[in-house]
Design a binder for this molecule. Sequence first.
Ligand code: GDP
Length: 297
Amino acid sequence: MFENLSERLGGVFDRLTKQGALSEDDVRTAMREVRVALLEADVSLPVARQFIKAVEKKATGAAVTKSVTPGQQVIKIVHDELIAVLTGDEDPGRLKIDNPPAPVLMVGLQGGGKTTTTAKIAKRLKEREGKKVLMASLDVNRPAAMEQLAILGTQIGVDTLPIVKGEDPVAIARRAKTQASLGGYDVYLLDTAGRLSIDEELMAQVEAVRDVVTPRETLLVVDGLTGQDAVHTAENFDARIGISGVVLTRMDGDGRGGAALSMRAITGKPIRFVGLGEKMDALETFEPSRIAGRILG
Ligand code: GDP
């Protein structure tokens, strides 16, 4: 088990004499603990450093009122700064899908949860926003993945584009676009192929699909437990394809959520949703305060 940051800081400040304001020394001592907590939560080192610098500035000289201990005061400053970094201007759950039919491109590596998340988002759009949704799988190398999307579609009552054997991803994307227009769909989600790692062929394929449909949203689905790898994947996809947001999956696992902070700080892209399990309802809008709480432990 991780030691909780509150306990750690409490310990540090117990050894210090209580003062009316946080001194530079107090803050420096506390920041050592904050740094360990961030690194244990899998926040990348440069992001942790930058974050601590910002907190240090705010904490030094901050008044400690009688109602809180110095440790609690530092935790509050750290918490508020985490929220500030994680919060964007946008409403994460509101996808830009006006002007029907709106194409949404789902991208990511194999096993990250792309197919599952595609269906979860389709269900959400259908149930919460009353949208008519079409899903299509472009993963021609993995017939099982195409079948999987069709099965999930049946389960959640969302249409999937019929599978035509031998069709390439661009042709499927074109057919989805036509079908979405003719069928009066509000939105169509394209579940692109995933690979075990980023390769040229995958990127070229996703790029070709992107150019055919001009997506309104391009959502990268990554496993939130993979920490720095998730951030690296996001940087790669953004550089090549351009992403409009990120979905972090497996946040029901015991990871500490540091990937979210690094993701936001390094890529500047909003985290839209978090996946919290395998079930179709296990998708939530990204909540900065929840992640901040997790990182702090
Ligand atoms: P894809 O290869 O990226 O399309 O990945 P899949 O959607 O097939 O997901 C791979 C596995 O991860 C499946 O067993 C999913 O049920 C599981 N999965 C997806 N999202 C989550 C999540 O948020 N939490 C958990 N625990 N499992 C998930």
